[in-house]
Design a protein around this ligand. Sequence first.
Ligand code: IMP
Ligand code: MG
Length: 198
Amino acid sequence: MATSTAQIHSEFTNPNLEVLISEAQIQERIKELGAQIASEYAGRNPLLIGVLKGATFFLSDLLRAIDIPLGIEFMAISSYGSSTRTSGEVRILKDLDVPIEGRYIIVVEDIVDTGLTLSYLLANLKSRGAASVKLVALLDKYERREREVPIDYLGFPIPDHFVVGYGLDFAERYRNLPFIAVLKNPDAAQLELPTASV
Ligand code: IMP
Ligand code: MG
């Protein structure tokens, strides 16, 4: 009864998804990254800046794997439409609430794709007088890079597929998957969405 209904509507076993990186693989890699960051930033009180919304899932798990004093902040940014993509112009929708002069900054991002967003953001943060600005990214879709972006700490390189889960969305859906999956048919994903309440 209730169980079968839950299975029919299961998002995590949706047949339109093909698991690329499992929950266990993600969590294991995060433990390694966290230990590495903790040893390299001991005594520096780093400020981790999460890019909304996608990176919040990664940030939340990563923080709990970094066993040193640290702070967190969030920024929201949006790229201009595809017509101006090559310009790399980016808009800050939500800025930091604190000055970062002299701080050791670690930007936390879900995925580096073309690199346009990150190259803008890293330059912007460096111009504010931070002691250092480094980047940790869960995924690197390196084949699509248009702007060089140094990824100081990387979870996983991935091939050029559109991926969802663990914070990454397709039209705001799938962020809640505990794993990273390839969306087999994006059109089907749109059609499946309920249009009225059940
Ligand atoms: P870029 O590196 O400036 O091209 O943009 C990176 C942003 O595009 C990421 O922060 C994601 O929000 C989004 N993005 C890029 N590739 C994917 C994907 O495969 N799935 C979901 N979002 C993606
Ligand atoms: Mg993003």
